[in-house]
Design a protein around this ligand. Sequence first.
Ligand code: PLP
Length: 418
Amino acid sequence: MAGAAETPAAAGVSHVYPHGSRLNERGRLEIGGCDVIELAEEFGTPAYVYAEDDMRIRAREFLSAFERRTDRFEVVYASKAFPCTAVYKLMAEEGLSCDVASGGELFLALRGGFDPAKIYMHGNNKSVAELEYAIEQGVGTIVIDSFDELERLERMAPGQRVMLRVTPGIKPDTHAYISTGQEDSKFGFGVDEVPRAIAAIENLDLVGLHAHIGSQVFQLDPYEKLAEVLTGVGEYPRLNLGGGLGIAYTQDQKPPSIDSYVESLLRGAPDGVTVLCEPGRSLVGNAGVTIYRVGTVKSIPNVRTYVAVDGGMSDNLRPMLYGAHYEAEIADRFGGHSLCTVAGKHCESGDILVSDVLLDEPRPGDVLVTPATGAYGHAMANNYNGIPRPPVIFCRDGDARVVVRRDTYEDLAARDAV
Ligand code: PLP
């Protein structure tokens, strides 16, 4: 498998880039053995470029971290991070289970070949149609989020295997928009409400409790505490401790290893319980980069230099939504000393992908790369300003294949009813 031989530092790129990335003899970034300047020429820009092996390596790291410690576990891919048929297929091949947060994600998971029995259905407001679809497809476990849903499922699916989603009152140190474990949340049952929910279950097969405290979490103690809180609520054969393990978006960030994260999950859980986790970004986030073409460079003396690329908030909403920080480089001239702001092409002043980054004298025609866009990039892509969404390209051992094609202008009109 590519990617294991050279350390990122030796390859001239940091740990923010996918496993196996390097600067090649021509000083150009290579992902999965493919020269990204050549990818830009062949597939156009912007484009999401993934090292396929990176996702496989991380999936195996999760599995082996558990296997070394227990045989009672399940690693569930939180597919909202990157809901794409090719990734569902990859994660299914690696032996993971899968969580879906809507009927649409369920459709894609089934299309990718996931065994319905290994699918967990989430959502704080699953529609009746989505529940019917899940039941009809034989979804293994439905995670109940509210009293209304509980009542609905009692009527619709006697015998269905379910878990209860709990808000454990744990607030990790992360952005408020991606913090979900606190009491004041639209998700799940408060700890005090769980007994009433359990008492209301008559016909369903309750196998355990679920909680997801939030995302992009770097501390491990909340996970230990989480297992303890859920255990305090009642004894169940299965505890699903959600996702949330943070990743490095910038070089200075050093997230905990997958191994130490798994160790923390298991430390708080009692013996004999099957522990589940739902990693999303930690499986796919660092596997992907976005490549853009620089269109214009506008220097405002003593103010700022705007480097405008051919994408923006339509392909990466996270900086605008959460103030997320990214890095950028010119793909064939890493390093540099020109302080720049990377702007998108949308009609919003807030369409800034990276503020304050040092680049090497960027000029029109350069290929610019932003690393760590593998999670919630493609997932949140949109057509604002009538921009066609980028393709997804998987690279492995020097071969590149398009797994999602670029939108066409015709696609923009595909839903027109006139
Ligand atoms: N599980 C649930 C229920 C979630 O809502 C999410 C993300 O929102 C995840 C797992 C995955 O989180 P992450 O991508 O941060 O690992």
